[in-house]
Design a protein around this ligand. Sequence first.
Ligand SMILES: NC(=O)c1ccc[n+]([C@@H]2O[C@H](COP(=O)([O-])OP(=O)(O)OC[C@H]3O[C@@H](n4cnc5c(N)ncnc54)[C@H](OP(=O)(O)O)[C@@H]3O)[C@@H](O)[C@H]2O)c1
Length: 347
Amino acid sequence: MITVSVVGGSGYAGGEVLRLLLSHPDVRLQQVTSQSHVNELVAITHPNLRGRTDLVYSDLVDLESCDLLIVSLPNGLSMAKMPGFRKMARRIIDLGADFRLKKPAVWEEWYQTPHRQPDLLSDFIYGLPEIHRNVIKKADLVAGPGCEAAVSILSLYPLIKNRLIKPENIIIDAKMGSSQGGNHFSFASHHPERANVVRSYEPTRHRHEAEINQELSINGESPRVFVSATAIDMVRGLLVTIHTTVSGNLRETDIWQAFRQEYGSEPFIRIVKQKQGNYRFPEPKILSGTNYCDIGFELDQSTGRLVVIGAIDNLGKGTAGNCVQCMNIMFGFPETWGLEFAGLHPI
Ligand SMILES: NC(=O)c1ccc[n+]([C@@H]2O[C@H](COP(=O)([O-])OP(=O)(O)OC[C@H]3O[C@@H](n4cnc5c(N)ncnc54)[C@H](OP(=O)(O)O)[C@@H]3O)[C@@H](O)[C@H]2O)c1
């Protein structure tokens, strides 16, 4: 049994981590911190946890040592606090952006602020098990990927690795639910403004481009991946439609083979490409609360245009589920513990 504490547990990502950890057979949840709800019951901010925990929120300054610290603060806050966190736990998973990028200059370019702990960047492992499982096994410090980056990298990795697509001008059209913005509201998230939207909010220069390009720079290639982000009327969920061009005269069986070879034994990746039914391609609607990443594709052989489609729950495989999967790997637990939920249908 390990002890785990969650910093920033009153937020959406932290709350989902709590839900998963409370059902984990080998975890004792020790402390949960909040900035604005100290001494309040956790189940007040996360009403789905009523009757599942009687923990109250702690102040960050009262944090005690534990086996694993999960940090779920807004981007840019954990880097300054990291030396203090490291005194509390040998193993840390940080869900924010602060330690995802390897080069301080790249951080500065995309986040427009100097990095406060540049020497620590190389100590963090990018926490995507399907790509970095063997290093995560031995890691003390793991950086959880951005949700949009996670689904995009997983959708493209086998294609880039096997040189099946042209590495330039890969266009990711991402459609996002509102919970990816966190629990702090603004005029833009006010219900009359946010409900029913199909709103382009970052047509270019989405920050996750930096980590996607970093993680897909394999085989000596530096692919050029571009993201356009659209907010849609969904609370949880993320769909990417990725426009690529195949690098030769390929058939759909070649694409199938690459995905099967890479992900055939992955517990949380499903290749979804069916000829019948309503859900022929990946769809976030049926992934709510799960740790699945569904990936599908269609090749127009006459033009070489390959469209890859990826779907996740941004709070599942996009953050908290993936975090628990990394934790399982770091502590030698079966990788699927706490993550067996199959999702709901209809929903
Ligand atoms: N939401 C997603 O889909 C998603 C996906 C991938 C990665 N992430 C990453 O996960 C992290 C958390 O995201 P989120 O959506 O859960 O954000 P959130 O809902 O805004 O939660 C942020 C948490 O941090 C606490 N906090 C804020 N400022 C603080 C401060 N100065 N000192 C101490 N605690 C402070 C908040 O406490 P109070 O609320 O009590 O003030 C809350 O518990 C972010 O770095 C984000 O990039 C999120």
